[in-house]
Design a binder for this molecule. Structure first.
Ligand SMILES: [Zn+2]
Length: 232
């Protein structure tokens, strides 16, 4: 938050506009130190800036302090409120950005599904081959052999091998994990918070949309204006 700074003055170019004959076009520069402290700098104005009655060039103010620009009194609280409003306006920009991320989230989901399907097919193939071969051999022996006992043994053996094949075919879970990890690392930077870069890759687009915020509790980003959600 330390890099946030705002201008206060009579000019409409200022972030916070205050008009008055003793207020300069650009009167104050305000930097956010913390939620309860602002650094204020007087921009060498004719009528000056005062904190609790004392003129300052540079001062730290808290919400309960009394600020005066020229002859105009302003509770310190006023600046905190104005800055909170400005920050909310800045945050709102990310709702559009978040909408634009949706195709990338969808693409990542599709690619994950493709990996799942591909690995499933790969795992199935040896099972199918073993089963079919065992059945074929069993049937062939059963047809060409002349006595019934041999037939029964061949059929039974063939069926058993087919059933066992179903259980012993190799698992592909390592291969699947590696493929999914690779996909994740390809997407984690793109699918991240635009402000603090915390990755959003482990949940779907709709999850963060519902939450409305980034997983980093200290980040002020919003992905959806939850206060206006009743409009939708
Ligand atoms: Zn964030």
């Amino acid at each position: 938050m330390a890099d946030l700074s705002f201008s206060v003055g009579a000019s409409s170019r200022c972030d916070v506009v205050r008009r008055g004959r003793s207020i300069a076009e650009e009167h104050l520069r305000v930097s956010v130190i913390s939620e309860k402290q602002l650094l204020v700098e007087d921009l060498e104005t004719e009528h000056g800036s005062y904190r609790n009655g004392r003129r300052f060039a540079k001062a730290t103010i808290e919400p309960r302090d009394m600020l005066r620009l020229g002859r105009q009194e302003l509770p310190g609280r006023f600046l905190f409120d104005e800055i909170a409003k400005l920050k909310n306006e800045g945050q709102a920009d990310f709702t559009q950005y978040y909408q634009s991320l949706q195709p990338a989230f969808d693409q990542y989901k599709d690619q994950r599904n493709q990996v799942e399907t591909k690995i499933k097919r790969k795992a199935m193939l040896p099972r199918v081959i073993i089963t079919l071969s065992a059945m074929l051999i069993g049937i062939t022996i059963a047809i060409i052999s002349e006595n019934n006992t041999a037939r029964i043994i061949a059929m039974t053996a063939g069926t058993s091998v087919a059933v066992i094949a179903g259980f012993v075919s190799p698992s592909r879970s390592d291969e699947k994990k590696a493929a999914l990890d690779k996909l994740r690392s390809e997407h984690q930077r793109k699918l991240s918070c635009p402000k603090c870069q915390t990755t959003l890759v482990d949940r779907e687009w709709s999850y963060w949309y519902k939450t409305g915020t980034c997983p980093n509790a200290r980040c002020t980003v919003i992905f959806r204006d939850v206060t206006n959600s009743y409009i939708e």
